[in-house]
Design a protein around this ligand. Structure first.
Ligand code: P53
Length: 475
């Protein structure tokens, strides 16, 4: 058998994208609550607080907050061994800077995890998944402020203590490396609660925020292991491997430079110190970051147990501007890869890239890995008889599972599990749309917020059930 006996088949979501109940149970406003609905190619707007007359798709989302029991029953029917979700920070600390947590929020996740455990489903929990309390943005400037380390660590400690007998698998910051794309507003805001002023050095501020997050993560890992030595605490990296456009040595070096700038975060999480290329880069840029000796110790003391990562697509880069140091700029240096097709949202479909990614991570770090997101965002059509024939989603997932099995079987990587993204339709993070669907379970709701929220099984539901039952053999 290719995959581990205890392989964690499941599905993944994030609190803000499905729970709704944005102001219930004492919950505070999060960064996701001030983002409007965008569209394919139209960025979501970040408003100054919650304004009347705007469409905030995360406020209701798919109402998982009230419907989780039925949804988890459906996950159990598919045979899930695990369920990845996040704890909405603002349910536990509504403003982020309180000293005492909100009991009603803690109770909600007790009930949710109990419901999973009832079916033998292991919760896999991300602590910070694009859900920073909005108060931390307005009062502290988000993670540009060192104080956020303390706030995050307090939140993490409260969760670790409360759920120590219910949750074994944790991740600290979701896709911490998305902010390598600091030129656009989305990633710095969702990762770090950063809103830039005109004329600021976006890059330098991003590196400072990422440093504080890495320290916060390391401190949480250390505390977590003290609370329960059996905890498995991982990082979470958005893996889009960046290929050279050609075998021109300059393209190859551009790819090396690009991989450095997008994945150095993993080095710090895994090894506990900055790789030399980043130290040199900061010097070259004249960035004098606030990195203390205590931080350096903390980083070394809190290295992660595994690498959690998302994989949707690969990128491609080319040397096409005067750039002797091969410094990568995500908005300037990506080109089309003619060898792969893309989804309607322009995401390149590249299953082989998943096998490459597993190899790349394993070559670099030799740590167990967990594919905590993978999937195909598509427009689903509900037929007159109520069925959704999402064969394209089955095809996408099948090809990726085959690639993942090859990485295990042939290349020998150590893989803990696989949780496809958005196992139930939910609000897209990037665009705020409902119609960019990933689920095995269809949710009746459209982009304008209309619909009954009724759940129904897509064709892929039975398919994935069979995949899990056969331990990935019957694809
Ligand atoms: P949506 C960009 C690139 C790769 C993954 O994304 C990304 C993003 C941000 O859009 O995000 C992850 O919903 C993220 C999830 C998100 C999922 O991918 O834009 O961890 O929250 O929903 C899919 O199609």
């Amino acid at each position: 058998m290719a995959l581990r006996e205890d392989f964690l088949w499941g599905g993944a979501v994030a609190a803000h994208q499905l729970e709704g109940g944005w102001n219930e149970g004492g919950k505070g406003v999060s960064v996701a609550d001030v983002m409007t609905a965008g569209a394919n190619g139209v960025a979501r707007r970040i408003t100054d607080g919650v304004l009347t007359g705007e469409n905030y798709p995360n406020h209701e989302a798919i109402d998982f907050y009230h419907r989780y029991k039925g949804d988890i029953a459906l996950f159990a029917e598919m045979g899930f061994k695990c369920f990845r979700t996040s704890i909405a920070w603002t349910r536990i600390f509504p403003n982020g800077d309180e000293l005492e947590p909100n009991e009603e929020g803690l109770k909600f996740y007790d009930d949710l995890f109990d419901e999973c455990l009832k079916y033998g489903i292991e919760p896999v929990v991300t602590l910070s998944h694009f859900e920073l309390p909005y108060h931390l943005v307005t009062e502290y400037g988000g993670f540009r402020n060192r104080k956020c380390i303390e706030f995050f660590v307090r939140f993490a400690e409260v969760c670790f203590k409360r759920y120590k007998d219910k949750v074994k698998y944790w991740m600290t910051f979701n896709e911490i490396n998305n902010q390598a794309n600091y030129q656009e507003d989305f990633a710095p805001f969702t990762n770090s609660g950063i809103k830039y002023e005109e004329g600021e050095n976006r890059e330098e501020i991003m590196y400072q925020a990422a440093h504080y997050e890495l320290v916060a993560s390391a401190k949480a890992v250390k505390i977590g292991h003290e609370i329960n030595p059996h905890f498995q605490i991982g990082c979470m990296i958005a893996m889009c491997p960046i290929y050279p456009h050609s075998c021109d040595p300059k393209d190859m070096m551009m790819s090396v430079g690009a991989m450095h700038k997008r994945y150095w975060f993993t080095d710090v999480h895994v090894r506990g110190y900055y790789p030399s290329f980043m130290v040199k880069f900061f010097e070259r840029q004249g960035y004098d970051l606030d990195i203390t000796e205590q931080d350096e110790e903390d980083l070394l003391d809190g290295t992660v147990d595994y690498i959690g990562f998302s994989y949707y697509m690969s990128f491609c880069t080319k040397y096409q501007r005067e750039n002797p140091n091969y410094d990568y700029d995500e908005t300037a240096d990506l080109v089309t890869n003619e060898y792969v097709k893309a989804s309607d949202w322009g995401w390149q479909i590249d299953p082989e890239g998943l096998r490459y990614s597993l190899n790349w991570f394993y070559d670099h770090y030799q740590l167990p890995m967990f594919i905590v997101e993978n999937g195909f965002g598509a427009i689903d059509v509900k037929e007159a008889d109520g069925t959704v024939n999402d064969q394209y989603r089955i095809d996408y997932l099948r090809a990726h599972i085959e690639a993942m099995k090859a990485a295990v079987d042939i290349d020998g990587v150590d893989l803990m599990g696989y949780t496809p993204w958005g196992c139930i339709d939910l609000v897209s993070a990037g665009t705020g749309e409902m119609k960019k669907r990933y689920g095995f379970i269809y949710v009746d709701k459209d982009n304008e917020g209309n619909g009954t929220l009724e759940r129904s099984k897509k064709k892929s539901f039975e398919w994935y059930k069979k995949v899990i039952a056969s331990h990935g053999e019957d694809l």
